[in-house]
Design a protein around this ligand. Structure first.
Ligand code: ADP
Ligand code: MG
Length: 437
């Protein structure tokens, strides 16, 4: 009965780092994918979606447990699967045709026919006529199509997509989604199953047969929802909405509420809680909007009401939760008295309310302490960046600093000068005398 099982992930755990810097990125994941299935992986950023995908493709190996492909344990690169990333690194000096042909060459196909094969793939993804164009002449959506063509060139059985549409503008993403669905349902591809990481609930519900929700810290499966709606699907159907609501509640129910869970300062034992990548502007917009609702309000409705992407909305909601401006439960959000005060306050009071909460965020606290320890009250951005690097991968470290500085600036706790890349204490935050030299 299980002979159509393609992929089996068994009790997989991935731990990064060593000693007291150990970090469990995903914990005890069990997952089976059958032939013919389109599975979507959803979860807040940092919930281990990319890590899981990289293990499935054999780019990294699990710390515990194993990945099986057609019953055989995956060791090293899985030759039956391939990955499409958020944005593809195309070779700028090669034409579209050469970029795709290169993927064939990489698997040892040096035949003259490789070019006609590449051409077919280019047609397949809808880039007919662009064979001789160079990457810089293409739009983001078209470049991503070349990425798809390259991934398809290896004729993978399992196509893994890591947020393949999230770097595209709304229209390009929409049209590329449509084309992928056409390719998939049309059966013109050798692909037997698709596993897609998404940040967008509507995208997952409109495309997948099954949605798996990951929670974070540690990354683990918290819900699995079967989407048994016929294609094409419409987000306006009530059955579609019901599923959206269920998934939102699975996701939102796993973001943390308590201040005690905001983590520790960088460099001290324990985990530094990742700051959600949202701005004060987005937070204010969210709070103003929900301040009108007395009762808990359906989160999924906010996406269209506010006209924001799921990813951004989830981050703003996390920010609101982290600062105690809102409470989230079972897919509903409700503003707290503090959040209401913020929403209704003048700009000055807003800054004060915000500063009171933001200075309790360990990352910001840590920055303030570092700055207070130097007489000048300022330190190069690089110093913070270097200190954060052991805790976060490069990109995350940079983003985390950006967020912390952005919040700190709004709350008039921190300041940042672009020209000399110096972070400083805001003048109003220097009341305590600093040790003078
Ligand atoms: P997602 O794709 O869901 O956003 P990731 O799989 O990229 O999440 O990351 C999950 C967690 O593992 C994050 O906290 C991330 O910082 C951490 N992580 C990922 N890769 C590494 C690595 N190579 N070293 C240390 N930590 C990592
Ligand atoms: Mg990721």
């Amino acid at each position: 009965m299980n002979d159509n099982v393609l992929l089996k992930v068994e009790h997989v755990t991935k731990i990064f780092g060593q000693g007291d810097r150990k970090f469990t990125a995903v914990k005890d994941i069990n997952l089976t994918i059958h032939e013919g299935e389109f599975v979507a992986l959803l979860g807040a950023s940092g919930s281990g979606k990319s890590t899981l995908l990289r293990m499935i493709n054999g780019l990294i190996s699990p710390t515990e447990g194993a990945v099986y492909y057609r019953g055989k344990a995956v060791h090293g690169i899985n030759p039956y699967s391939t990955m499409v990333f958020q944005s593809f690194a195309l070779f700028p000096w090669l034409s579209v045709l050469a970029n795709v042909a290169l993927a064939l060459e990489a698997r040892g196909d040096m035949s003259q026919e490789r070019f006609s094969r590449a051409e077919k793939l280019i047609d397949l993804v809808g880039l007919d006529g662009f064979e001789s164009a160079y990457p810089r002449e293409l739009s983001g959506g078209m470049r991503q199509k070349v990425g798809f063509a390259r991934a398809l060139a290896v004729e993978p059985e399992l196509l893994c997509l890591d947020e393949p549409f999230s770097a595209l503008d709304v229209l390009s993403a929409e049209s590329l989604r449509g084309e992928l669905m056409e390719l998939w349902t049309g059966g013109s591809l050798p692909i037997k199953a698709v596993l897609m990481v998404s940040h967008n609930i509507e995208e997952a519900v409109s495309m997948a047969d099954r949605v798996i929700v990951l929670g974070k810290e540690p990354g683990r499966i918290v819900a699995e929802i079967v989407i048994d709606l016929p294609h094409p699907r419409s987000a306006k159907d009530s059955s579609f909405e019901v599923l959206m609501d269920r998934i939102y509640s699975a996701i939102a129910g796993h973001t943390q509420l308590e201040m005690s869970e905001v983590g520790t300062a960088p460099g001290s034992p324990g985990l530094t809680r990742i700051l959600p990548g949202s701005s004060v502007g987005a937070l204010a917009g969210l709070l103003e909007h929900i301040s009108g609702f007395k009762a808990p309000y359906d989160i999924y409705k906010l996406e269209s009401e506010l006209g924001v992407e799921t990813a951004h909305l989830v981050q703003s909601i996390e920010m609101a939760e982290m600062l105690d401006f809102a409470v989230v439960k079972s897919g509903d959000i409700q503003i707290t008295p503090l959040g209401l005060a913020f929403a209704e306050a003048s700009i000055l009071t807003r800054k004060e309310l915000f500063a009171q909460r933001a200075r309790r965020v360990p990352m910001i606290q840590w920055m303030i302490q570092m700055l207070k320890a130097v007489p000048s009250g300022e330190l190069p951005w690089k110093v913070f960046y270097t200190a954060l690097q052991p805790e976060f991968p490069d990109e995350t470290a940079e983003r985390q600093l950006d967020v912390a500085i952005d919040w700190g600036r709004y709350g008039e706790l921190l300041d940042y000068d672009d020209r000399d890349e110096m972070v400083s204490l805001d003048v109003s935050n220097r009341k305590e005398p600093t040790v003078s030299a």
